[in-house]
Write a protein that binds this ligand. Structure first.
Ligand code: PLP
Length: 230
């Protein structure tokens, strides 16, 4: 018997497979990050029981409690939230990935604070794809220079780009946004950067993101249900 979370995971993975095939993506090239922010450890355990291994969190204190209580599990943690400068040490010590790096000082600090006993922390640069004043992320024009600077940091491994486009019901418009992120990644690779990750797409815009080449989709609601707080 599947639990509710288990059933949703099975359904979601099937629809990701269908979308990969519909948009001529390589089967299995879209990885599922389960966004468990605000959800209890028991929910994460259910997802683990159904084979999920990658989890995303946005709120550091809450995340560290969960990571600590699940430390015996073979799972990977991705930080996807806003990064405060004075919180980088905890991120560097507890997470495998950070999707939301948007300035050099953060990359520098993660590099300096990453314990040498651990492999380099895997990062994405978050791009402010709509150039919204209120949103975090670097403007597109600054991605290249930030990416080049990050390359020199031994304890940080740049994997690619992340974006959260504005909510938009026009799928053509959404696809344009995601396409811009993909094109930016391609440009960086033409410069020899060798990046393999496009972190884009959430519960509401999965199809457009997969159509444009997402390699990590960050899905919360479609797995764990609606969030009641935050
Ligand atoms: C919360 C969150 C998600 C998941 O959103 P859903 O709509 O619940 O799938 C994905 N990415 C980021 C950065 C988030 O903060």
């Amino acid at each position: 018997m599947h639990s509710t979370i288990g059933t949703r995971l099975v359904t979601l993975k099937a629809s990701i497979q269908k979308l990969e095939s519909k948009y001529h993506r390589e089967p299995g090239s879209t990885h599922l990050l389960a966004v468990s922010k605000t959800k209890p450890v028991s929910d994460i355990l259910e997802a683990i029981a159904h084979g999920q291994r990658e989890f995303g969190e946005s709120y550091l204190q809450e995340a560290i409690e969960k990571i600590t209580s699940l430390s015996d599990k073979e799972i990977h943690w991705h930080f996807i939230g806003l990064i405060q400068k004075n919180k980088t040490r905890q991120i560097a010590e507890h997470f495998d990935w950070v999707h939301s790096v948007d300035r050099m000082i953060i990359a520098d600090r993660l590099n300096a604070q990453r314990p040498t006993s651990l492999p380099p922390i895997q990062i994405c640069i978050q791009v402010n794809i709509d150039n919204e004043a209120t949103k975090s992320g670097v403007p597109m024009e600054q991605v290249q220079s930030l990416a080049k600077s990050v390359l020199n940091l031994p304890q940080v491994k740049l994997r690619g780009l992340m974006a959260i486009p504005q909510i938009c019901s026009d799928t053509n418009e959404l696809r344009k946004r995601f396409a811009q992120l993909r094109q930016q990644l391609e440009q960086l690779n033409h410069l020899g950067l060798n990046l393999d990750t496009l972190s884009m797409g959430m519960s509401g815009d999965l199809e457009s993101a997969i159509a444009e080449g997402a390699t990590i989709v960050r899905v919360g609601t479609a797995i764990f249900g609606k969030r009641t707080t935050k």
